[in-house]
Design a protein around this ligand. Structure first.
Ligand SMILES: *[C@@H]1O[C@H](CO)[C@@H](O)[C@H](O)[C@H]1NC(C)=O
Ligand SMILES: *[C@@H]1O[C@H](CO)[C@@H](O)[C@H](O)[C@H]1NC(C)=O
Length: 298
């Protein structure tokens, strides 16, 4: 008799505890790894980091402060290998894995890491205006580095062993010099299985690794002003006439080289297009975060 109120109380404690656990689980946001772009550093992504923490309090955000500023021009494979090692413990310490947001060149590094890692634990991969299928265009970045050089001429520099020592060379995709791209591009052409290097053979694991993603979110827009064509952020690229060929018409999609078609078929490929956003504003515009990023960080 006397025990009954205690029993009730015990039950209410247990119920309470279970609800708390439920709530904790619901709000147990996965850690988010974010990677800056070319000539940037982690500090440049402060706004993005704050948007995440404001929307999802308690989220662990790892903003990778590596290959900052001029070091971002290092070859992408070096960066991928270093970051793979650096992020291993971040991924392993989260039972449910992590999300990865790569801004600009950072998204292309993320793509390489995901494709080539048999152990990655990335759930959702969010590429924020990244030249995922190459770059061919004059940009303020290029003009700062190579003043008075035209995009038509840059293949002479980038499609050489020396040129591949620059990160931009690794994803320079000149539609008028496809063969040289195949022979020299030591990063993008490999990831796309477009390499003509005699010793190259495409690893099937690269396809499986990318397909292990739950969602791929491709963010870009027509007013970007840097990524060229801007649709490269959504895996499109130029043909010989410099018309933009959409992702779904490309051989890399049709052959499902790294699983784009499979991801698309199971509803895991999401394009998020926004106008009026210049390249350097993608990560500091809250409307972009709300519409294109926040829904994928649960
Ligand atoms: C990988 O990271 C560990 C520490 O996290 C370090 O000791 C090791 O040297 C790194 N290896 C490479 C190849 O960077
Ligand atoms: C990669 O390219 C080679 C040579 O063209 C081809 O045999 C192979 O099937 C391709 N692999 C994938 C996954 O598309």
């Amino acid at each position: 008799m006397i025990l009954d109120p205690w029993r009730n109380r015990l039950w209410s404690y247990i119920t309470c505890l279970m609800i708390t656990m439920q709530v904790t689980k619901v709000h147990g946001y996965k850690p988010v790894i974010i990677l800056h772009g070319i000539l940037d550093a982690a500090a440049d992504l402060k706004h993005l980091e704050n948007f995440i923490k404001k929307a999802h309090p308690g989220t662990v955000v790892y903003s990778l402060d590596v290959y900052d500023h001029y070091a971002s021009l290092n070859p992408l494979w070096d960066q991928v290998e270093y970051i793979k090692n650096l992020t291993k413990s971040m991924m392993d310490s989260s039972e449910d894995g992590v999300h990865f947001i790569g801004y600009s060149q950072g998204g292309l590094i993320g793509r390489g890491l995901i494709q080539t890692s048999n152990e990655h634990k990335v759930n959702n991969f969010i590429a924020l205006s990244s030249p995922l299928n190459g770059q061919f265009g004059d940009t303020s970045y290029l003009n700062a580095l190579f003043p008075s050089t035209y995009k038509e001429k840059l293949y002479e520099l980038f499609y050489s062993h020396y040129g591949q020592r620059w990160s931009i060379g690794n994803y320079w995709k000149d539609p008028h010099h496809k063969k040289l791209y195949g022979l020299y591009s030591s990063y993008l052409a490999l990831l796309n299985n477009e390499s003509l290097k005699s010793d190259f053979s495409y690893q099937n694991s690269w396809q499986r690794n990318f397909q292990r993603l739950n969602n791929v979110v491709l963010i870009g827009g027509p007013d970007d002003g840097v990524i060229s064509p801007w649709q490269s952020a959504q895996f499109a690229c130029y043909n010989e006439r410099e018309d933009v060929v959409p992702m779904r018409n490309l051989q890399i999609y049709k052959d499902d080289v790294f699983g784009l078609k499979s991801l698309d078929r199971r509803g895991s490929l999401h394009e998020c297009t926004m106008a009026n956003v210049h390249h350097i504003y993608w990560h500091r515009t809250e409307a972009v975060f709300k519409k294109c990023i926040e829904p994928w960080l649960t």
